[in-house]
Design a binder for this molecule. Sequence first.
Ligand code: HEC
Length: 101
Amino acid sequence: MRAVLIAVSIMALLSVQAEAASPYAGQNKVAGVCSQCHGMRLPAEGSIFPPLAGRDPVYLKNALKQYRDKTRVSELMNNIAGSLSDNDINDIVSYYSSVKP
Ligand code: HEC
């Protein structure tokens, strides 16, 4: 009985984690990939890469989904967004939209 209760509460915890967008998980994903061009906060001065920090979360989410399904075309971003899950996108957007530029 006790083992069942523990198993159920662990499962509940895991499902909450999987659903809620996490800026901390997002920060790790940004550090691993996106920051190379977009920076953790801002891209390098004078670079061609658009800034993402502090941007509207709905805009960022739509842009990434459009890159992923190639309705917005950019060779670089189509490749990068192509491997992102909905979860990745939610985490990354919750990070970038929450940091001040
Ligand atoms: C190799 C460089 C590079 C990397 C790495 C990169 N991007 Fe980009 N990103 C670009 C370029 C170039 C553009 C502009 C493309 C265009 O013209 O649409 C762009 C555009 C964007 C835009 C659209 C911004 C706007 O103002 O419309 C978003 C959102 C974005 N990237 C998110 C990300 C995320 C999230 C990651 C990490 C998963 C990432 N990018 C990784 C180069 C990169």
